[in-house]
Design a protein around this ligand. Structure first.
Ligand code: GAR
Length: 210
């Protein structure tokens, strides 16, 4: 059984997709948020999961918060920590502590558009495709070995909100698949590349046609 801690900051729809996917040999041991009023936290509690809130504003700085967060996470002895809409920049100490067992979902086709406002920036750049990336986390923001990417078309008339909805649909497919590949021990990090020991569930790419 692999133990997974999920970190969220808000709605938690990716966390829900992961929970509902019921991956074999996976136990979601806790959902932790830096926002006590995160909607996703209430959903997780209603579904019988252990939940915790650690408000980053209660700590003196990034280092203190990350240390406290690490302490809480480690009580669950996770094999994998999933950042599913966790809107905090993490310190190098945190990233190093969980190296190889910390993954993030980001709503762009990295290395394009790290950071915020990814959909607006994709539209302004005239991109014909957009999407999401699941990657192992390193100390550099939104970098790190890419596990899987989901691609969607950018359509005429798209707004950032419409594009975000389309990308979210593929996020919900891709995250459980990437986690299943991790849990199966199928992912091998070689430099900045992730190779698969066997043909994976996705081979790292999912395309949404409409
Ligand atoms: C998702 O689109 C996720 O990719 C993004 O936040 C959203 C969270 O939605 N993450 C980031 O921007 C991280 N840099 P959710 O709470 O409904 O899963």
């Amino acid at each position: 059984m692999k133990r997974i801690v999920i970190l969220i900051s808000g709605r938690g729809s990716n966390m829900q997709a992961l929970v509902k996917s019921n991956i074999a040999q996976v136990e979601i041991v806790a959902v932790i948020s830096n926002q006590s009023d995160a909607a996703g936290l209430a959903w997780a509690a209603e579904h019988g999961l252990a939940t915790e809130a650690l408000n980053h504003r209660d700590y003196e700085g990034r280092d203190a918060f990350d240390r406290a967060l690490m302490e809480r996470i480690d009580t669950y002895q996770p094999d994998l920590v999933v950042l599913a809409g966790f809107m905090r920049i993490l310190t190098p100490v945190f990233c190093t502590h969980y190296v190889g067992r910390l993954i993030n979902i980001h709503p762009s086709l990295l290395p394009a558009f790290p950071g915020l406002h990814t959909h607006q920036r994709a539209l302004e750049s005239g991109c014909r495709v957009a999407g999401c990336t699941i990657h192992f986390v390193t100390a550099e923001l939104d970098c790190g070995p890419i596990i899987a990417q989901g691609v969607v078309p950018v359509l005429d008339g798209d707004t950032a909100e419409i594009l975000a909805q389309r990308v979210l649909r593929i996020e919900h497919q891709l995250l459980p698949q990437a986690v299943a590949d991790f849990v199966a021990g199928n992912l091998v990090i070689q430099g900045n590349r992730v190779n698969r020991l066997e043909a994976g569930i996705t081979d790292g790419l999912v395309c949404l046609k409409n």
